[in-house]
Design a protein around this ligand. Sequence first.
Ligand code: SAH
Ligand code: SF4
Ligand code: F3S
Length: 440
Amino acid sequence: MKKCFYLETFGCQMNVVDSERIVSLLGDIGYQQVDEAEQADLVLLNTCSVRDKAERKVYGHLGRFKPLKDARPELIIGVGGCVAEQEGQKMLDEVPYLDLVFGTHNVHRLPELVQQAEEGNRRLSLTGFLDRETRLNLFPQRSELDTVTRFVTVMQGCDNFCTYCIVPHVRGREVSRPSHEIIAEVEALVAQGVREVTLLGQNVNSYGNKEEGEINFAQLVRKVAAVEGLSRLRFTTSHPKDLSDELIACFAELENLCHQLHLPVQAGSNRILQLMNRGYTREDYLQTVAKLKKACPEIRLSTDIIVGFPGETEEEFAQTLDLVADVGYADAFTFLYSRRTGTEAAALEDKTGARIKQQRFERLLELQQERSQQIWQSDLGATLTLLVEGESKQGKGQLFGRTTWNRIVNFAGPSELIGQLVDVKITKVFRNSNLGELVS
Ligand code: SAH
Ligand code: SF4
Ligand code: F3S
């Protein structure tokens, strides 16, 4: 009988890609994925530690599995990802029914760990960073997914050390994958039916900067865009300090580069940006936005913002509101600052009360939602091109695709359209998706 595993993934696209790899590695040792932990011989969580709430969630979820373990002591429970990397052995000490902990650089060794656990050798932890050479060799990472869109990792790790952020501590130093390997992977994906790729990394804009003789990110984007048969290209995440004019020009020149960019600003005040170690000023950021809009007038931007960084004053917060109103983001992901042990900002004094921070957070949310609504409502009645990705959850005969702005549109149509670009007239705009009608 086939053994079964259950996997839950939290956090960013890095974890999503790592989970794809986990699925394929476990397939190699005879495990098949199931949707219910109750049916599994192996239960895994791929975790995120970017904010305290995300980390606490992991312990909450593990608690849910305890009754399963009590009923079936042979069940193997494992934790991977960023919390695993950070906590390591400590997690085993705190959770007595946990069997395996594997960090972000040790995903490839999961099969080995699982096999040891099957033999009764449990309570194992594997964390710590690998050297560059080994990591570069581990990059190629394909699973047998049958999808129209795919992520392609171009770099891993982060060297930016924003003072609030745990990511450099749990993902290690930045390494960029050789460009010829990336191109070859995109070509193979397109041959297999993929029509859109998103180039992925913590800071894709600094791609190649630390590798001798490697091309830069704008050059990589051009090369990938030129792969025959690729309908669309996106990339994420961009750091504003490394967004070159050469890359901005790509938005004007490359037909298949989507008119959408996630450009995290984090704060609108120069003092706070400096305390965050972001490497740009408010003025630099606004100038970059102006250049982007000039190169590509229909571009839509999204961003990340942190509210309540230690010491942020009312005036400084007001500068964030002002910037948000000024830029006009189509979407913004707003977060309350969360203190992360081991980061530089954790040592800063923070006198602002939780209530004030919460009020600021709500003010920002209200402003942003208003702006988002304005932008998305303006699409009502417009005819937009979608890349059709698959059948929609809305029912039979219903498909879904995305606009160049990455917005989901549901519409009725035949499944032969999957993988194609089609024109759809927008008939209804909801908060997070649209409804449309196929234009023949
Ligand atoms: N590499 C990406 C994403 C990093 S994590 C980037 O640089 O943009 C995603 C977002 O989480 C960040 O952009 C930031 O807004 C938020 N974040 C990171 N650490 C945080 C913390 N300690 N508290 C609150 N939000 C945080
Ligand atoms: Fe974190 Fe900053 Fe790196 Fe993004 S760029 S992952 S926010 S340290
Ligand atoms: Fe979270 Fe790790 Fe990504 S901390 S945001 S899953 S890199």
